[in-house]
Design a binder for this molecule. Structure first.
Ligand SMILES: NC(=O)c1ccc[n+]([C@@H]2O[C@H](COP(=O)([O-])OP(=O)(O)OC[C@H]3O[C@@H](n4cnc5c(N)ncnc54)[C@H](OP(=O)(O)O)[C@@H]3O)[C@@H](O)[C@H]2O)c1
Length: 338
């Protein structure tokens, strides 16, 4: 029976990967800090949990034991993390490091986290220039980690996803729509509704990881949904799935907190997945088909289900302004549409 270890396995990527591999007959171990984040269905299917902080090399080595066929690191954020992964990677057949599209820079050096957002002009392939490696900045640290791993000579696949959706996600952007449905809000406010910022289902990432596990190699691969829905399409998909109708108030610009959403991008950001396809990757489904796992999970959690803690965590400074109903009502009452 092939064996996999997923570091930081109880989040969205780890859950989807564990489910995919378990159903294909793998023995799967997941690490994390809190055993309460281990999904019951994964444990029931035979997945095992080991409490191991990412910084605890000894515990991770224990979790790996005599080696594995596949090692997936969902918590590799810099050169130090990558260096500490090498002794483990040297004992496995195929290693996957989850990076991100934030590494890509446009011709003017702009990237996902720069003040002025990038303009790629076409789907972004793996040959697109990146930000330079560094110790500061999300993208810079990811590039540094990628370079340590790819420079090691080991069979490491770096995967660069877009905005990840899936159950167990730490920052499930779709919450801004799910919450509104649950609160029976009659209106949705969206600035730049046509914004396209590539989505990646954890289930699609998992499908790619399964391919990579069977074909070890040293390479970089984008991972994305086969479509790239706009913010408006994402909202409509979720409202339709949950059987809710709302009036769309589409804005050219956000009015303070009104209209903001997690897919903001002044210019489309779309990932080219031809390299993954040429390796044999086939998506598990498009955005509408795959987002249901996260939506169902959020609805269950909001109703007091097993993941209630996740919902508590969402009442924060990221989601708070996007769910400012008082500001929306005031804006609507004072606007021409009111
Ligand atoms: N989210 C996105 O949109 C996005 C986009 C592109 C790339 N990525 C990349 O995707 C990876 C994250 O995957 P994900 O979305 O599955 O992550 P996630 O949902 O944040 O899950 C990470 C898991 O790791 C555990 N964890 C966190 N800190 C830990 C630590 N110090 N030691 C041990 N376990 C720890 C967490 O559980 P406990 O808290 O219980 O330990 C959690 O279950 C990251 O490398 C990120 O850069 C994410």
């Amino acid at each position: 029976m092939p064996r996999a270890l997923i570091i930081g396995g109880t989040g969205s990527v780890g859950r989807a990967t564990a489910r995919r591999l378990l159903s294909a007959g793998w023995d799967v171990g997941l690490t994390g800090r809190d055993p309460a984040r281990m999904p019951a269905d994964i444990a029931a299917a035979g997945g095992t949990f080991t409490a191991a902080d990412r910084a605890d090399a000894g515990r991770l080595a224990e979790a790996l034991g005599d080696g594995a066929d596949l090692l997936v690191d969902c918590l590799c954020y810099g050169a130090g993390d990558a260096t500490s992964l090498l002794p483990l990677a040297s004992q496995v057949t195929s290693t996957v490091m989850i990076s991100g599209k934030a590494v890509y820079a446009d011709a003017a050096g702009r990237h996902a986290n720069s003040a002025v957002k990038p303009r790629f002009g076409a789907p972004v392939s793996e040959t697109q220039p990146t930000v330079p490696p560094g110790d500061e900045g999300y993208g810079e640290r990811k590039v540094a980690a990628e370079q340590v791993l790819l420079g090691s000579g080991l069979p490491v696949t770096v995967i660069r996803p877009g905005l990840i959706h899936g159950d167990g996600a730490r920052m499930p952007g779709e919450w801004v729509f799910v919450k509104r449905v649950l609160d029976r809000r009659p209106r949705i406010f969206l600035a730049h509704p046509g914004a396209v910022n590539q989505t990646t289902a954890a289930a699609n990432l998992a499908a790619l990881i399964e391919v990579v596990a069977a074909k070890p190699g040293r390479r970089i691969l984008n991972a994305a949904d086969p479509d790239a829905p706009s913010a408006l399409e994402i909202g409509r998909t979720i409202a339709r799935y949950l059987g809710h109708a709302w009036h769309e108030v589409l804005l050219d610009e956000a009015a303070g907190p009104v209209g903001g959403h997690p897919w903001e991008a002044p210019h489309p950001v779309v990932l080219d997945t031809a390299a993954a396809a040429s390796l044999g990757y086939e998506p598990a489904g498009d955005y509408a088909a795959t987002v249901t796992s996260e939506v169902d999970w959020l609805v269950r959690a909001a109703a007091g289900g097993a993941s209630t803690r996740a919902i508590g965590d969402l009442d924060d400074e990221f989601f708070g302004p996007m769910l400012d109903y008082a500001a929306e009502d005031q804006y609507y009452a004072g606007s021409a549409c009111g």
